[in-house]
Ligand binder design. Structure first.
Ligand code: NAD
Length: 500
C-alpha cells in the first residue's frame, strides 16, 4: 500500500504527504521498515507507517535537546499562548481527529468526540494553570539571607503513551510539559499511530517552534526504550501496562518519572444503595471504550442481600448495548482494539466460568459483526475473589459480580489487590461512604459515581506501593510533576523578607 489507504483520504485529506515521524519541525518517512495499522471493526488496513530505528529516536532526542534552552527561556505567557493556540487548533479540526480516532481505536464516534474535546481542554487548562502559577518567598534563619523557591522545566521529556485514549493521554503530558518549558519526544502505541500522526499534524500546523515536540513511531521496545534510557532525556511520562511500567522504571532509573499503570477497580455496592444508579455506573465503567480503561469497573463487590437484584439491572443495561462499527450512528460499543487484549478478555472470562462463575449474558466474541475483535457485553455472577478475573486487569467489556457479606468483608476484598487506582462506593449513607473511602487504598475514590469518573483538574494516579503507578497528573498536579523546584538563596537586608 502507498502509505495511506486511499479509501480513508476523505477523512484525512492532506495527511498523505505528511505521514510519518515529526522530528525537529520536519516530517520524515525514510525508515527501512514499516508496520500497518488496521481498523479493528473492519480489519481494513488504514496505513503503513515507519517502524523507526533507535538511530531515528536518537535524532529526535537530539532535536529536543537542541530546542530545549530556547524554549525554556520563553516567557510563561508565550508558552501559555502557544498552549491556548494548540487547544483551539484541535477544536477547529475536532471532527477530523475524532473520525480517525474512532476508525483506528474502535471507540464509538461520540466517545471519540468527547476524547478530542478533553484533549483540547487539556491545552487550555495547562495554559491557565501555568499562567497563574506562583513561586515562594521563604523566610530564612540567617540574618541578611533569604530564599526564593522557583520552578524550572525538567528538560527533555520522554513521553510514552498507550492505545486506549491515544489522543487525550498524550496531551495529559504534552500540554503541561510544554507549558512548563520542557521539550518532548513522544512515542505512541503502534496500534494507534495514525491518530498520533493526525494529532501531530494539527499541532504542527498551529505553528510550534521546531523541536519542542517530536513524534517517533515504531515499537515501544525499540524507540520507547531508546528515549527512556537515553542519557540525554531528563524525565519520563509513561502511561501503559504495569509490566512495561516496571521495565521503564528500571531502564530510566534515577530520572523523575510519572508512571500511570494498570488498575482493577472495585465498585462497591452496599445494601442501602440506589441499585439502578449503581448498575448504571457499573455498566458505564465496564462498557465505555469497550472496557479498555485503566479505571474501569474491574469488579463489582456487592452486598449479598442485593447482589442478585443488582445483577439483573446490569444485565438489562448490557443487553441494551448496540455493538457494531463505531463510526455508525447509534452504536454504543465498538470492537476491542487489538488481538492481545481480545485474547486476555476471552481467557479471563473462560477461566471464571471454568471456576464456577455464571455467565448471565455475553461471554463470547461476535465475529459475525465483521471482526473477531467484537466482544459481547458480559455480566458474570458467582465470581469469587481469588478468580483470575477478580485479581488481574481484564481491560474488556465484562462486569464480574462478587457477593459479599457486609462492609468489613467488602473493604477487605476491595483492598486485597495489587492495584490501587480507582474505586467507587454506592450507598445512601454518605457519612459511611466517606468513612469507607478512608479505608480504601486507591488514588481516587468516587462516592455514588462510577470508577471512571474523573475531571481533568483532579489529581490522578495510583496509590503508593501498588502496581498502579507513581506520581500524579491532572491540572496543577501535572504542572508540579513536570517541573522541578529550585531554592535560590539571596542576600536580602531585612531580617525576614516575607514581611512578617
Ligand atoms: P503497554 O504497556 O503494552 O504499552 C504502552 C506503551 O508502552 C506503548 O506505546 C508501547 O509501545 C510502549 N512500550 C512497550 N514496551 C516498551 C518498552 N520496553 N520500553 C518503552 N516503551 C514500551 O500498554 P497498552 O496495552 O498500550 O495500554 C494498556 C495499559 O495501559 C493497561 O494496563 C491500562 O490500565 C494502562 N493505562 C493506564 C492509565 C492510567 O492513567 N493509569 C491510563 C490508560 C491506560
Amino acid at each position: 500500500m502507498d502509505k495511506l489507504n486511499p479509501n480513508i483520504s476523505a477523512d484525512l485529506p492532506p495527511i498523505a504527504e505528511r505521514i510519518g515521524n515529526f522530528i525537529g519541525g520536519a516530517w520524515e518517512n525514510a525508515e527501512a521498515e514499516s508496520f500497518e495499522v488496521i481498523n479493528p471493526a473492519t480489519k481494513e488496513v488504514l496505513a503503513a507507517l515507519p517502524k523507526s530505528s533507535r538511530e531515528t529516536a536518537r535524532r529526535a532526542v537530539d532535536a529536543a535537546v537542541a530546542a530545549q534552552n530556547g524554549w525554556a527561556r520563553t516567557s510563561v505567557w508565550e508558552r501559555a499562548n502557544l498552549c491556548a493556540a494548540l487547544g483551539k487548533a484541535i477544536e477547529a479540526r475536532a471532527s477530523e481527529l475524532a473520525r480517525v480516532l474512532s476508525m483506528e481505536q474502535g471507540k464509538p464516534i461520540a466517545e471519540a468526540e468527547g476524547e478530542v474535546g478533553a484533549a483540547a481542554h487539556g491545552f487550555h487548562m495547562a495554559a491557565e494553570m501555568v499562567r497563574y502559577a506562583t513561586g515562594e518567598f521563604v523566610g530564612g534563619a540567617t540574618e541578611g539571607r533569604q530564599v526564593i523557591t522557583r520552578r524550572f522545566p525538567r528538560g527533555v521529556y520522554a513521553v510514552i503513551t498507550p492505545w486506549n485514549y491515544p489522543v487525550n493521554i498524550p496531551i495529559e503530558y504534552i500540554a503541561p510539559g510544554l507549558a512548563t518549558g520542557n521539550t518532548i519526544v513522544w512515542t505512541p502505541a503502534p496500534t494507534t499511530s495514525l491518530v498520533a500522526v493526525a494529532l501531530m499534524r494539527i499541532l504542527a500546523d498551529a505553528g510550534m517552534p521546531p523541536g519542542i515536540l517530536n513524534l517517533v513511531l515504531g515499537e515501544g521496545a525499540v524507540v520507547g526504550d531508546e528515549i527512556v534510557s537515553s542519557p540525554k532525556t531528563n524525565a519520563i511520562g509513561f502511561t501503559g501496562s504495569t509490566a512495561t511500567g516496571h521495565r521503564i522504571a528500571m531502564r530510566g532509573a534515577g530520572k523523575p518519572m510519572v508512571l500511570e499503570l494498570g488498575g482493577n477497580g472495585p465498585l462497591i455496592v452496599r445494601r442501602d444503595a440506589d441499585l439502578r444508579r449503581a448498575a448504571e455506573a457499573a455498566a458505564f465503567g465496564a462498557f465505555s471504550n469497550c472496557g479498555q480503561i485503566c479505571a474501569a469497573t474491574g469488579r463489582v463487590l456487592a452486598d449479598a442481600e442485593i447482589a442478585e437484584a443488582l445483577a439483573k439491572e446490569i444485565v438489562a443495561i448490557a443487553e441494551r448495548q448496540r455493538v457494531g462499527n463505531p463510526m455508525h450512528q447509534g452504536i454504543t460499543m465498538g470492537p476491542l482494539n487489538n488481538a492481545n487484549v481480545a485474547r486476555k478478555v476471552a481467557e479471563h472470562v473462560e477461566n471464571a466460568i471454568g471456576s464456577g462463575a455464571k455467565c448471565l449474558t455475553g461471554g463470547r466474541s461476535i465475529p459475525e459483526l465483521g471482526s473477531e475483535l467484537f466482544y459481547a457485553p458480559t455480566v458474570l455472577s458467582h465470581v469469587t475473589p481469588w478468580m483470575k478475573i477478580a485479581r488481574e486487569e481484564t481491560f474488556g467489556p465484562v462486569v464480574p459480580i462478587i457477593a459479599l457479606s457486609g462492609d468489613d468483608e467488602i473493604l477487605q476484598v476491595a483492598n486485597d489487590t495489587e492495584y490501587g487506582l480507582s474505586m467507587a462506593i454506592f450507598t445512601r449513607d454518605i457519612e459511611r461512604g466517606l468513612a469507607m473511602s478512608s479505608e480504601l487504598s486507591a488514588g481516587i475514590v468516587n462516592i455514588n459515581e462510577s470508577t471512571v469518573f474523573w475531571e481533568t483538574h483532579m489529581a490522578f494516579g495510583g496509590s503508593s506501593g501498588t502496581k498502579s503507578g507513581l506520581g500524579r497528573i491532572g491540572g496543577r498536579h501535572a504542572i508540579e510533576a513536570m517541573s522541578e523546584v529550585r531554592s535560590v538563596s539571596i542576600p536580602f537586608p531585612n531580617y525576614n523578607a516575607t514581611g512578617l
